[in-house]
Design a protein around this ligand. Structure first.
Ligand code: UGY
Ligand code: MN
Length: 230
């Protein structure tokens, strides 16, 4: 897998499809490590199964297990090393800098320690944001958890893209005028302005993790060096 040693990758979303980010699953083992990547790329990993740790001379001591996540900013000397067999969900893209603002620091934690907040007041649709919503971050990765029968309150349309992985349960995803049954393990890409809605079905909570681009001016070319605000 490009960007890794000793790791099998399963590519789910990529710029070849028209997306402005890459989303993949990394099947790791005890010998897996990320390659250091000079350049503008930023990476976010969410641990689905197994365990790993941050690697690199100056990396913080952090043990990552299911539910943990780590954000690696561009040019970081830090990476990830597998400790057991497992699976990571990865989002990667070029960082879109803002003038006079440093990129975010290495950021890690666990979804289990983050608050689950009722979405627009609905106690049956809980939203957990993993990263701080401050301007230096140009991406968000969130987890939505819906009780059976709960749904997004309306059909959303927005300039931001999503890459989504269903974690538990299932339901119906509306994309444009089409309706898709979706269950744990399925992945979706929603391009800019894709009308979207989800309703949870079945007997167990439905949850999904998703990427979203945030905090940048949409009239500028997406994420290109020229697009960096001056
Ligand atoms: O953050 C979002 O845009 C989210 N409400 N979208 C989604 O779940 N499809
Ligand atoms: Mn959305």
């Amino acid at each position: 897998m490009a960007g890794w040693e000793g790791t099998e990758g399963i590519l789910l979303v990529s710029p070849g499809m028209g997306a402005h980010f890459t989303m993949y699953l990394a099947n790791i083992g005890p010998g897996s490590t990320t390659n250091l990547r000079p350049g503008r790329g930023e990476r976010f990993f969410y641990i689905l199964d197994g365990s790993c740790r941050l690697s690199g001379d100056s990396s913080p001591e952090a043990f990552l297990e299911p539910g943990s996540f780590v954000y690696l900013p561009p040019e970081t000397p830090c990476g990830v090393a597998g400790m057991t067999s497992g699976r990571l969900l990865a989002f990667e893209r070029p960082y879109a800098p803002l003038p006079a603002l440093e990129p975010p620091p290495i950021t890690w934690g666990s979804a289990n320690d983050r608050p689950a907040v009722p979405f627009l007041g609905d106690e049956r649709a809980l939203l957990t944001t993993l990263l701080p919503d401050t301007p230096e971050y140009d991406l968000a990765v969130n987890i939505f958890t819906f009780q059976p029968g709960a749904s997004l309150p309306f059909v959303e349309t927005h300039v931001m893209e999503h890459g989504l992985l269903m974690l538990t349960g299932g339901g119906i995803y509306r994309l444009g005028e089409d309706w898709y049954p979706i269950q744990a393990g399925d992945a979706l890409w929603m391009g800019p302005y894709c009308p979207q809605w989800f309703g949870a079905l079945g007997r167990m909570p439905a949850s999904y993790i998703y990427y979203k681009d945030i905090n940048r001016t949409p009239s500028l070319p997406k994420f290109s060096p020229e697009g960096a605000e001056t």
